[in-house]
Write a protein that binds this ligand. Sequence first.
Ligand code: PAF
Length: 282
Amino acid sequence: MEVYEKIEPLKLRLKELREMNMIVGFVPTMGALHNGHLSLLQKSKQENDISVVSIFVNPTQFNNPTDLAKYPRVLDKDLSFLRNAHCNIVFVPQVSEMYPQSDTRIFDFDYLDKILEGEFRPGHFNGVAQVVSKLFEIVKADNAYFGKKDFQQLAIIKELAKKYMPDLRTRIHGCETIREADGLAMSSRNLRLNAEQRESALKISQSLFKSKEMFEHDKSLAEIKHFVNEYISADPILRMEYFEILDADTLKSISENDFKTNIVACIAVYSGEIRLIDNITF
Ligand code: PAF
């Protein structure tokens, strides 16, 4: 496995590989790797000759400095995880390499970055767009893989490519959320949960599974929202930030009378001070 900390040598190496007609897959991450990331890497390995993983805790996408400071950083463990998974190339830049000057670019994704995460984490998606556009320009992959757990992020990245990077040749793929055996969506932030918070956090996926079941039994959107609100607020460790049922293609609200087939329910909940998100499609 080749490890690069600097942009230029990585670009040179990737140019060399492309000249040898190698198809390149890319999995951008912030490290603290788990089986969710592994599934992205496995998909990339199936569909490409060379798989590149980046590990970079991007400061510009954190609207909360404590969250940035406490974000898990376990680089040695991540590198051996990737070695075991037969990753070909890892990119682990320092902040000064990715941001030699502060990045003041402003992206506008219309309503897409104003709702859900965008509403509660101002500036978050601008930071995601800053780093992902830089990474896309560096790696110039044929395919890039993102988890559907960050459903809105995936929509924003697709829009980033369409609106701001029309010449991008990278195809963007969304991959299914990987869950723990009990249903909790895998997330690097799960590492920060203590035993009590971990137990309470399970109610997040449980509420989503139940909401899907209610939907399939023709319960109204209002009844489903009421149930999720009550279920989460009954646990004193949990605090819900939002639960929304939206059109999965557009992320626009749906009304009781919309008979859509592609619906997503998105949720953000604090378990103690750890903020977790999850979603389910109906
Ligand atoms: O989903 C993540 O881990 C991050 O938001 C990403 C896409 C690597 C950008 O920093």
